[in-house]
Design a protein around this ligand. Sequence first.
Ligand SMILES: O=C(O)CCC(=O)C(=O)O
Length: 276
Amino acid sequence: MRAPLIHPRAPGLVLAPKALSAADRAALLAWLAAAQPLWEQRYSTLRPPPPGQVQRPLLRPVIWLGNWQFACLGYYEPPRRVLDAAVEAEPFPPVLAKIAADAEARARRAFPAAEIPKAWRLNTCLVNLYGDRLDNGRWVDAARVGDHRDFEPGPVASLSLGDRALFQFVRRGQRGDEPPVRSMWLEDSMLQLFSGPVWKDALLHRVQRVEDKRGELLGPSVEGFRTRRVNLTFRYVPQEHIVPFRRLGAQAREDVRGYVTTLAARSEHWRRALEG
Ligand SMILES: O=C(O)CCC(=O)C(=O)O
């Protein structure tokens, strides 16, 4: 039986072009230039590659604030995975706290209160760097993300910087020849908010490609990678599910100790987490 049709203008999706002032954009880029991303591996001892798969790096370097969801521990996915998934991370710098507060206010205006959990705050930020990676002396375009959904409860806010991205909502298990439910170009300084049973829960989303037109190199320098787009998604993880590094299960702690050691080399928060 076919799934019911979803109207491409169903409520629950808001696009705000030019949501970032020039001053906030400059402050955000300055913070980003000095931030420390990790280029994580997908699997770990705790979560080894499934049959037929091998260990591999993610397509892109990332930074998490509020809590770090290490790919190799499995991303936060209530109710199935809430333990040992969201590791207490650095707080938002002032410019991100301001952007998150603005996004929260927009979400509360745009979406029904019933879709917003009681203690909902945008307390988590995933910064994705999109661009090209150096592969055997050749630059290879790695600027895309496959179909997935964000499991954190409540609305999600997503801010784009740099070259524009072709972003699509698709049905779960959609056939290759079926058109996406909705396609849109996410432009520099655009804020996208989505919420509720259609856009957040029923549909998956993906980034099909990122243009290469602006010639603006963004973000911190990462060996073997050049960034032409940055996306920041703000999400909510209930405080009781955010675990300090020292309280992670023993194997999970060992699996991410190397990452935390790398972060600790330049971060007071992570240095204390490691020593604690
Ligand atoms: O880059 C984007 O616009 C989307 C990022 C995304 O899907 C995610 O962080 O879950």
